[in-house]
Ligand binder design. Sequence first.
Ligand code: FMN
Length: 217
Amino acid sequence: MTNSDSRLTKKDRPTPIDQEILIPDEEVLISVTDPKGIITEVNDVFCEVAGYSTEELVGASHNVIRHPDMPKVMFKIVWEHIKDRENVMALVKNLAKDGRYYWILTDFVTKVNASRQVVNYTAYRRPICKDVQNAIIPLYKALNAIEDVAGMETSEKFLNEYLENKGMTYDEMIEDIIVKHCKKAAVLGFGNNTEDDMKTMSPEKKQSLFNKLFGIK
Ligand SMILES: Cc1cc2nc3c(=O)[nH]c(=O)nc-3n(C[C@H](O)[C@H](O)[C@H](O)COP(=O)(O)O)c2cc1C
């Protein structure tokens, strides 16, 4: 029997503590949702890191693991992409049940049926190194500060202007941060003059690079 009253909601979120959960490089934290964003499946490592059981997570929304340091506008961008059936990556700080945090690069993948209706969404989360975290934190801090005083419309405007000044789309910014700050990228011969490289690189080559960086099979 489903007891909707016992379902975890954002009211159940713990008070954050300033302690990081370090995730081994090879781990992938996976969850699947229905088209409304309700969790339908999770893998063991996601439960282990998040600190919740499968039973607690299935039926809940991911906002139970949303960290207050994550700007609202970042999830708006994610939802806009996936509702349009476009895959998207996001650098995410999540909140574990004990209040600790963990940083991951999340690949959001939309599965559609033959009539292009959304069947489900899957999130593949991989740990990111400190340099990648440090590259995004100042932007998230600025967006959060704006949201606190002026709301999400204003933070969205700020983000759009920020991207315009950089001459990049949101997707290009994320790729740029990863390739410039991920240690493995330098080993693969990336990291210098990356802006040009990423802009001119074919989608297939980009996919292959990210596969190499994050061990996607
Ligand atoms: C497949 C999928 C995975 C998601 N994973 C996360 C996640 O790891 N952390 C998170 O905070 N939000 C995640 N979200 C976004 C949440 O649905 C939600 O938009 C976000 O937590 C903000 O919630 P709020 O606006 O209710 O505060 C995910 C959404 C989908 C569809």
